[in-house]
Design a protein around this ligand. Structure first.
Ligand code: AMP
Ligand code: MG
Length: 494
């Protein structure tokens, strides 16, 4: 059934591409859709007119039981390197792109149902999503947005009323994901692996028009596209690193060309600072450990470059030289972004040659004392308040060493022209007090899945919506897990 006119300006630019790009498929209806979350602010941003829609109407729409007028649902084809191994066909096995809308800023945004039933890409999967992972993605993707980090968004979540089989029976759910687009590195690899040059060219033109229009004016548009994507990813990964985010499955099918964080499977935020931190239960060898993320991003971008080679130059050797230079530039770009973000965290608005060793010295002490990553930077931001440096110092075991560091930091900030109050305001706006802590997410999931209690999930959403504004009522959310609360393993749950 078609409902209208909930969505004013529905586009289907992806569905207008040739058949090789996707499979047309309808969501499979679910038993009893129930709305458990709806993102009104995002709906407004997307100019969705939901004034007349009650919870039941929304539940039917965002479960796929009803489709909005003008929708042209497709499952997108893509490939991907999973833990380094190339899989020539993955594709949307449990997600369906309903269509695109034009948001308030004139940008095209994808609306996708995740968990909406089997597609021709489902392989042996059931096409469904479990409630736990849906809640995790809802919380973490929205938290990323509130933290100011490019990310796909969560528009709605519904439970389906059907049980699905994972380790045992669990409630099924569907997440409505909003993305700048769902084109990934793996989408390019899909056509490259088939040596389908025509589709590769079409995909490139599509992506340039949609995301990087300036690249279209370049002498070699495909090379300009590659360079733009490299810069965006370099900044994105630097942002992840600056808040302790660990993606967990940085396969090439989970790297969006738009530069948004995508696919929140076993992702988690680091608590005690340790560069080797890994949460994902399937990441046996730590390929996607915290500190490896920049290197892995570069590796993924090299796979993107390989797919683009024929479009960069007809002379393969020349194409390789140009692409290699672009990929090599990732490291210095990443380093520069990282340093810029870390300077902001430490309250430096100017640049000094000793900044990097000073930052590194703090990280070394954090690692030695296993301080909580988020708390440490927040305490440093709070140094000038009545509380004084005690809160910061108390996080460290070796007082002499951290006192010494603090002195060096004070001498460094003395070189700034910014008044103390302004510096502190800037630091408090850069260093969050609330992040989605693993044990809190887990508790929200347990309450919802085991007891049908969504109050903790709702509370977490409220807390994470304003990550930089401290609220005494939310004190429990700003501290790391106690030893018995720690969640050290996260699962895809697919
Ligand atoms: P992900 O781990 O979510 O990035 O998914 C990797 C691949 O597995 C993608 O092609 C997904 O569409 C597919 N997939 C994951 N879960 C399911 C499922 N329950 N049913 C069908 N396909 C799935
Ligand atoms: Mg994926």
């Amino acid at each position: 059934m078609t409902v209208n006119p909930l969505i004013a300006t529905f586009r289907n630019s992806y569905a207008a591409l040739p058949d090789a790009f996707f499979a047309r498929v309808q969501p499979t209806p679910v038993a009893r859709p129930r709305l458990i979350a709806f993102n009104h602010a995002l709906a407004e941003e997307l100019r969705l007119d939901t004034r007349l829609a009650d919870a039941q109407t929304l539940a039917r729409l965002f479960s796929g039981n009803d489709l909005p007028a003008g929708a042209d649902p497709v499952a997108i084809a893509y490939a991907g390197h999973q833990f380094g191994n190339f899989v020539p066909q993955l594709g949307d096995g449990r997600a369906i792109l309903i269509g695109e809308v034009i948001d308030r800023d004139g940008r095209l945004r994808d609306i996708q149902l995740k968990g909406s039933g089997p597609t021709p890409f489902s392989r042996r999967g059931d096409g469904r999503a479990a409630l736990g992972p849906v809640l995790r993605e809802y919380l973490v993707s929205e938290a990323m947005f509130s933290l100011g980090i490019p990310s796909t968004r969560a528009l709605a979540a519904v439970t389906t009323g059907d049980m699905i089989l994972r380790e045992g029976p669990v409630p099924g759910a569907i997440l409505t994901r909003v993305a700048a687009s769902h084109v990934r590195v793996g989408t390019f690899a899909y056509f490259a692996a088939r040596d389908d040059q025509a589709s590769l060219k079409q995909l490139t033109d599509y992506v340039i028009e949609r995301h990087y229009p300036d690249a279209g004016n370049d002498q070699i548009p495909a090379l300009a596209l590659l360079k733009s994507v490299i810069s965006r990813q370099a900044e994105l990964i630097a942002q992840w690193m600056s808040i302790g985010f660990i993606h967990g499955v940085m396969n090439t099918d989970n790297m969006a060309i738009s530069g948004e964080t995508i696919d929140f499977g076993p992702c988690a935020f680091m608590e005690s600072y340790d560069p080797k931190t890994v949460f994902s239960a399937i990441d046996e060898f730590g390929r996607y450990a915290y500190a490896n993320q920049p290197r892995i991003a570069q590796w993924n971008l090299a796979r993107f470059a390989e797919a683009l080679l024929p479009l960069i130059d007809a002379d393969q050797q020349r194409a390789i030289t140009l692409a290699t230079d672009a990929i090599s530039a990732f490291s210095s770009q990443y380093d520069a972004f990282w340093l810029a973000h870390m300077r902001q965290k430490l309250g430096f608005s100017s640049e000094h040659p000793d900044d990097e060793p000073l930052i590194q010295a703090l990280l070394d002490q954090m690692q030695a004392a296993q301080t909580d990553f988020t708390q440490t930077f927040r305490a440093l931001s709070d140094l000038e308040t009545d509380a004084g440096p005690q809160q910061f110092l108390a996080l460290f075991s070796s007082q002499a060493a951290i006192q010494h560091w603090l002195q060096a930091w004070r001498s460094r900030v003395a070189l700034e022209n910014t008044p103390i109050a302004a510096r502190q305001t800037a630091m408090l706006a850069k260093n969050p007090v609330y992040i989605p802590r693993n044990h809190q997410i887990e508790a929200a999931i347990r309450a919802a899945v085991d007891r049908d209690d969504f109050s903790f999930f709702e509370k977490l959403q409220t807390v994470l919506a304003n990550p930089f504004r401290e609220d005494p009522a939310f004190a429990d959310y700003s501290t790391p897990a106690l030893p018995h609360e720690r969640v050290l393993r996260t699962f895809c749950g697919t």
